[in-house]
Structure formats: structure tokens, C-alpha cells
Write a protein that binds this ligand. Structure first.
Ligand code: CP
Length: 307
């Protein structure tokens, strides 16, 4: 995978995903050492190019690069020539001329990482593009399920929330289906794409109890309240009552089901406070695995023999 762009889970084969997850499983051990650093990417440069806010993704790509001894540059949009109206392409080409070994891109517009991948020498890793894909999030979710359940094949995974506008949902649906899981989605009809069962090959539900009946994994998505209230559901309160996950609703899932959320969590909306903090929620395991997974991606695309 040296020099390869990682733009979406849709483009990855099952073998690619297995390679990434197995590499991440080897990287996990480095995070447990007293000195959490190896020289694998010494002399390599990674640029984080985030045009949208991020806590988990940007920080974990930075820590991942540093644990592999790469030089990591966090490009700050607000203090850059973007504020002097330099175009996205000119900005990216300027940074590419400094010979980075990987560029990690987040942008609110779907397709931006793909456009940049066409013109940059460095491999591009998509850190989230609009409502399209968020591949590193889905990969860390797969890593977490493998860690918690020992397998993915044959599991039932229910994803709850705004399926229509969620890049996390789309990438996870592609990934978990490729690895042999049954994926169900649930939400108000306004949050389910009209043709979701046909286009994404999942079963869609508007009744939460039916959606999580017998599930091994229940994943709640963030409701983008700043944009959606009044557009997709009448009120946050009604959404929380109908689709917010709490221990009472979770009893429909398997007894050993785990609860996941990509973060940031709207407490009391997608998840009750206690589920956000305690088992069976594995939210902080997802965050921890995000570092190992991103180490694997940087190692695989920017490692020895790179461009
Ligand atoms: N899950 C996720 O993408 O979180 P951030 O927006 O904090 O990176």
C-alpha cells in the first residue's frame, strides 16, 4: 500500500482492510510501552490539512505520526494564506512542493481528498469529506469490534441516527459488510436515504427496538443539532425519546452487546449519560484504537520505499 491514497472504504478490498487491521493490531503494543516511540518513519513528513474542526482525528493522526518518529505539521487554516483567498488547490500544491510523505485532509465538501489526490505527489488520506466517507473512523471502529468480539464475520451491527448525512455511517456500512457482518440502520424516515436498502445493502428500520433486536454492536451517530433541528426531526427531545439509546432500550440487543459512538457525543440525546461513560460503551477504546489505526495507515502509505 506504499504511496497509495486512502480515500474511502468503498475503494478498499477485504484483503486491504485485513492488512490495515493486522498492522494496527501490531501497533497497539507500542502505545503500552513506557517510551511510546519507534523510529519507523524517521525522516518522513506528514502534513495534517484540516479545513473543518476536529479533536479526535487530527490529534490521533498527530500522535500516530510522532509515535512513528515522523515530523508532523499541523497546517492551521486560520493563520494561513487561505485567509488571503489562496485557493484550495494552490494551498495543497504549495504544501506538496515541500515534499511531505503523506497529506491527511479533512474538508466539508465531499470529494476534496479525491481532487487533491489527482494533483499531489504525496499520498492523500481522507480524514472526512462532507457527508461522503470517513475511512479512518470506520477502520478504527472495525479494529475495536475485532478487539471486543474477536471477529466481525457473522455479527449483527445496528447503526442509529442520521444515516443520510453521515460519512461515518457510510464508511462503516461499506467496511462491516465487506468483512461479513449484517448491517442494519435505524432513524426517523427523514434521516434514512430513500433507497438505502438497495443502494447500501442494509436493512432499514424506523422502530428502534426492532433495529437492535439481537444486535451484537449498537452504534449511535452524532446528531448535527447545529444544522438539523427542524429540518429532519421536530425536536431534540422527541429524537432523544425515540432514538436516544439508554439501558432500557438496549435490553433488546444481545446481553453482551457493545455500544459505540464516533464522538463527539451529545449527552442525553444519542446516548444516556451513563451509557456515554460506562460499559457496555467502548467509546474510549475507539479513541485509543484510533491512534494505533492511524499509525498503521501512515506506516503502510508513507513507510520505507514510499514515493
Ligand atoms: N469522530 C471524529 O471524526 O471526531 P473529530 O471530529 O473530533 O475528529
Amino acid at each position: 500500500m506504499i504511496g497509495r491514497d486512502i480515500l474511502g472504504i468503498e475503494d478498499l478490498s477485504r484483503e486491504d482492510i485485513d492488512t490495515i487491521l493486522e498492522t494496527a493490531e501490531r501497533m497497539q503494543e507500542i502505545g503500552n510501552r513506557e517510551v511510546k516511540k519507534v523510529p519507523t518513519l524517521r525522516g518522513r513528513t506528514v502534513i495534517n490539512l484540516f479545513f473543518e474542526p476536529s479533536t479526535r482525528t487530527q490529534t490521533s493522526f498527530e500522535i500516530a505520526g510522532k509515535r512513528l518518529a515522523a515530523d508532523v505539521v499541523n497546517f492551521s487554516v486560520s493563520g494561513s494564506s487561505v485567509s488571503k483567498r489562496e485557493t484550495l488547490l494552490d494551498t495543497a500544491k504549495t504544501l506538496d512542493a515541500m515534499d511531505p510523505d503523506a497529506v491527511v485532509v479533512r474538508h466539508k465538501v465531499a470529494g476534496v481528498p479525491h481532487r487533491l489526490a489527482k494533483v499531489l505527489k504525496a499520498p492523500v488520506i481522507n480524514a472526512g469529506d462532507g457527508a461522503h466517507e470517513h475511512p479512518s473512523q470506520a477502520l478504527l471502529d472495525m479494529l475495536t469490534v475485532r478487539e471486543q468480539k474477536g471477529r466481525i464475520e457473522g455479527l449483527t451491527i445496528t447503526i442509529i441516527g442520521d444515516i443520510a448525512h453521515s460519512r461515518v455511517a457510510r464508511s462503516n456500512i461499506y467496511g462491516f459488510k465487506k468483512l461479513g457482518a449484517e448491517v442494519r440502520v435505524a432513524g426517523p424516515p427523514t434521516m434514512l436515504p430513500a433507497d438505502v436498502e438497495k443502494s447500501l445493502g442494509v436493512k432499514a428500520y424506523t422502530n428502534l427496538a426492532e433495529a437492535i433486536e439481537g444486535a451484537d454492536v449498537v452504534m449511535a451517530l452524532r446528531i448535527q443539532m447545529e444544522r438539523l433541528e427542524g429540518a429532519c426531526f421536530p425536536s431534540v427531545r422527541e429524537y432523544a425519546a425515540t432514538f436516544g439509546l439508554d439501558r432500557a432500550k438496549l435490553r433488546y440487543a444481545k446481553e453482551d452487546a457493545i455500544v459505540m459512538h464516533p464522538g463527539p457525543v451529545n449527552r442525553g440525546v444519542e446516548l444516556s449519560h451513563d451509557l456515554a461513560d460506562d460499559r457496555p460503551s467502548v467509546i474510549l477504546d475507539q479513541v485509543r484504537n484510533g491512534v494505533a489505526l492511524r499509525m498503521a495507515l501512515l506506516y503502510l502509505v508513507a513507510g520505507r520505499g514510499g514515493h
